[in-house]
Design a binder for this molecule. Structure first.
Ligand SMILES: O=C(O)CCC(=O)C(=O)O
Length: 315
């Protein structure tokens, strides 16, 4: 009689299979191994050398009020710090596990739509006048308030649960977000809060209908598309930690409570291939729309916030 195989003798499923299964079940995949921590630390040092991540990032209240600009304040081609560090991004873009996962989901000819540095600004460095103004806002992207020369990075003071589809009106959810920590991120460093399984209800207009049901659990409703009990997972991790999620997966951050900034890399990567890929298998399981003609209901015409409500800060 053959002996039962011991657990360590069982073949492990290929990463490609695991990633697609994780996306179907949870709408996200966390990589088991960090990306090269030395390369991540070297890139972090180079980013930190470009500016002081302190109150000097910001305009004064009078400067801001003289000409408030709420839109066009994120990195864009020609004003994106990562363009300077292209040669240092191989530890992400050529990492074998990242390439295998992206190929499984999006096909071998996937396309990087966008990549940038994201900074969680610590509470201690946000000027008082600004903290008062943005208190309770669901989306605290601080790009409007930073000096124009610093808008080659995206700065957050927390952002409520949202889908990355929010920035892509009328586009199908054919892309993923890849997020990498360049230094250890603890509960105090504005880690990502991910609602596993929330992608299953498809696209949904921001802000989202979420009711807390327990320490780590929420009831999420998407109008006529139904409801789902979803689990909150807080992404803490070391240098080089990497995770990816579906464009409909709800996630957010609380304000950075540490006394230093949190610096990460954020990629949006899309399917280009016309044939069937893992993402098609994932999207076939969704119970709601794959695209939205309107993605948010929290802004006035000039881009300022009209809704003062935040769910992730109560998580
Ligand atoms: O880094 C953060 O604080 C938030 C990032 C995020 O949720 C996003 O860019 O979609």
């Amino acid at each position: 009689m053959n002996a039962m195989p011991k657990p360590r003798d069982l073949p492990r499923p290929a990463l490609a299979e695991t990633v697609v299964e994780d996306f179907i079940r949870a709408g996200a995949h966390r990589f088991a191994e960090p990306l090269d921590p030395n390369a991540a630390a070297a890139l972090l040092a180079a980013i930190r050398a470009t500016r002081a991540f302190d109150a000097s990032l910001f305009q004064s209240e009078a400067e801001f009020d003289a000409d408030p600009q709420y839109t066009g304040v994120n990195p864009r081609p020609g004003r994106n710090l990562l363009e300077r560090f292209e040669a240092q991004l191989g530890f992400v873009e050529q990492d074998p596990a990242i390439v295998e996962a992206l190929t499984a989901l999006l096909g071998a000819d996937y396309e990087i739509l966008n990549k940038k540095v994201v900074c969680g600004v610590p509470a201690s460095e946000v000027p008082d006048w600004l903290r008062q103004r943005i208190l309770g806002n669901p989306v605290n992207n601080l790009g409007a308030y930073v000096r124009p020369q610093h808008r080659d990075i995206t700065y957050f003071y927390g952002i409520d649960f949202h889908q990355d589809l929010i920035d892509y009106k009328a586009r199908e959810a054919d892309f993923i977000t890849l997020y990498i920590y360049l230094h250890p991120v603890t509960r105090a460093d504005a880690p990502l809060y991910l609602l596993e399984g929330s992608h299953a209800l498809g696209g949904s207009v921001f802000p989202h209908d979420l009711t807390r049901t327990g320490e780590d659990s929420w009831l999420y409703r998407n109008g006529p598309h139904g409801e789902a009990a979803v689990r909150q997972h807080i992404l803490t991790g070391g240098t080089g930690f990497a995770a990816m999620w579906h464009a409909c997966t709800l996630h957010g951050t609380q304000p950075d409570a540490a006394d230093h900034e949190r610096i990460s890399l954020r990629y949006l990567i899309a399917k280009r291939h016309a044939g069937r890929t893992g993402m098609d298998a994932v999207n076939e399981t969704l119970r709601g729309p794959l695209s939205l003609s309107d993605t948010r209901a929290d802004l006035a015409a000039d881009g300022s916030a009209v809704i003062k409500h935040n769910t992730v800060n109560k998580a």
